[in-house]
Design a protein around this ligand. Structure first.
Ligand SMILES: Cc1cc2nc3c(=O)[nH]c(=O)nc-3n(C[C@H](O)[C@H](O)[C@H](O)COP(=O)(O)OP(=O)(O)OC[C@H]3O[C@@H](n4cnc5c(N)ncnc54)[C@H](O)[C@@H]3O)c2cc1C
Length: 452
């Protein structure tokens, strides 16, 4: 009898864990195929440290073929799921196409940058959802500071040294905290004549880290303000232009940098599946199965999973949930094939949050205990080391080096502005320039002529 075929789409927190669990439980009694555009799992929570030059980019990646024995990796992006034919069509990184038939399907495609209909934002802002965007931001910020140092016009100099981050959730807060330390260090060590760069953190919410414990918000707010970050709550962007940003309070801030961290939305692929959605997320039952489609499972950011701890709500889009849902999805797929234990419902208590604020500072509430300062910093880093599915020694080594060596202030210029549009279904891939024979537009967004 032929072995059943399980296809997992997406190798993030949920998909990676589902693949690992399935490989362990089925022990070659099922074929497990993982479809993902990159050959690595990306540990997103450490991305701000890549942008800030603390960690080298490869440190936050974990090789899929190197760590998932018994799982076949297919490099590509799913562009169509046909539930009736039980087939997933995909495009590989070189434009080739293929189709994967399945007996069980796990959709774990995560989320992408959330856009709001604000004039100019799609054209002039950059998101923070993938490695290319983190590499771009590091180069861009370094370049602005270096260009400011030789600018004769004081207005030009001030604009280049002003950085705006929209969205004060954990991503925006960490980006502002880490990048502010980076620009301070660049100016202090390399360009001492330059005025201290200005960072502005905006959010429509009344406090930073909205939705998290108020004590974490207070800690983050205090740390950021003490470092000189202009924390403006109850304020957002009304319009973005090449010259700067018009705020909702009427002020125009001259800047060349708008980092868009206002949140994420589920990957558009789930909408194309044609099943009921909750705010763009595919609705599943507590067993992570799509109602009426017993062979289809979904988990992570892309799935609306009932929160059994808070009936009537869905689990939030966090790595903590995605990672644990991936395990349950793997177990339940195995159970549905008669290869594992009985299926179980997904249930998880939040274990708290950890927000790294750079240096030795963090705001954390492990198991509900609020911490700040160096103890929080220590717990946060210990948590990340424990949570990383690989590369721990390399990450720890980079942290150690960062405490004893100055940060490298160079821009490589490998990822340019046009390669990381905000409006993209593929933040994990830099968009390539249009080549003859290729479609003019792909999932990564419509082609725009490259400019520097
Ligand atoms: C900068 C940043 C910091 C964060 N920090 C924290 C934190 O401290 N704590 C926390 O709990 N959460 C944090 N999060 C949120 C957390 O990372 C997400 O909730 C988590 O990654 C969701 O996991 P996932 O598996 O659903 O999606 P992802 O991890 O995004 O993985 C989705 C995978 O699917 C792939 N994919 C997408 N589309 C396709 C397609 N069409 N075909 C094939 N593959 C596809 C992607 O390439 C990716 O590999 C952070 C997020 C960001 C951006």
């Amino acid at each position: 009898m032929s072995r059943p075929h399980v296809v997992i789409v997406g190798a993030g927190f949920a998909g990676y864990r589902a693949a690992r669990t399935l490989a362990r439980l089925t022990r070659s009694r099922a074929r497990v195929t993982l479809l993902n555009p990159t050959d690595y799992f990306l540990y997103l929570p450490l991305l701000p440290q890549v942008a800030a030059g603390i960690l080298e980019a490869r440190r936050v990646t974990v090789s899929l073929p190197g760590t998932l024995r018994g799982v076949r990796l297919v490099l590509g992006e799913a562009d169509r799921v046909d539930l009736d034919r039980r087939a997933v069509s995909y495009t590989d990184p070189e434009g080739g196409t293929g189709t994967l038939g399945y007996d069980r399907l796990v959709l774990a495609v995560g989320s992408v940058n959330k856009l709001l209909p604000i004039p100019g934002v799609a054209e002039h802002a950059h998101g923070f959802r993938g490695l290319p965007e983190a590499l771009y931001l590091r180069d861009h910020v370094t370049r602005q500071v270096e260009l400011a140092a030789t600018a004769d016009d004081p207005d030009n100099r001030a604009a280049r040294c002003t950085f705006v981050v929209a969205g004060a959730g954990y991503t925006g807060t960490e980006v502002a905290a880490h990048m502010q330390l980076l620009t301070d260090s660049l100016v202090r060590r390399q360009l001492p004549g330059l005025r201290r760069p200005r960072w502005i953190l905006l959010d429509v919410a009344p406090r930073v880290l909205p939705g998290m414990d108020e004590r974490l918000s207070r800690t983050a707010d205090q740390v950021l303000r003490a470092r000189g970050v202009d924390v403006r709550m109850g304020t957002s962007v009304k319009e973005a232009t090449p010259q700067g940003v018009l705020l909702t309070d009427g002020e125009f801030v001259a800047t060349r940098t708008l980092v868009w961290c206002v949140g994420v939305r589920p990957d558009p692929l789930v909408e194309a599946v044609g099943q009921p959605l909750e705010r763009g997320r595919l609705i599943v039952d507590p067993y992570l199965q799509v109602p009426g489609r017993d062979q289809v499972f979904a988990c992570g950011d892309a799935a609306a999973v009932p929160d059994l701890e808070q009936p009537g709500t869905f689990t939030p889009m966090t790595a903590q949930h995605a990672w644990r849902q991936g395990k349950v999805a793997g177990e339940n797929v195995a159970a549905s094939l008669g290869l594992g234990r009985r299926r179980r419902a997904y249930r998880h208590h939040d274990l708290g949050f950890a927000v790294d604020l750079g240096g030795v500072q963090a705001a954390a509430d492990p198991l509900g205990i609020p911490l700040s300062g160096p103890p929080a910093g220590l717990i946060t880093r210990a948590y990340h080391l424990a949570a990383l599915p690989g590369n721990r020694v390399r990450v720890a080594a980079d942290w150690l080096l960062d405490t004893v060596l100055p940060r490298q202030g160079v821009q490589l210029g490998l990822v340019r502005s046009w390669a990381v549009p905000l409006d993209t279904a593929s933040p994990e891939l830099p968009r390539g320039p249009h080549r003859a024979g290729e479609p003019a537009a792909n999932r990564s967004g419509a082609e725009r002529p490259p400019h520097p």
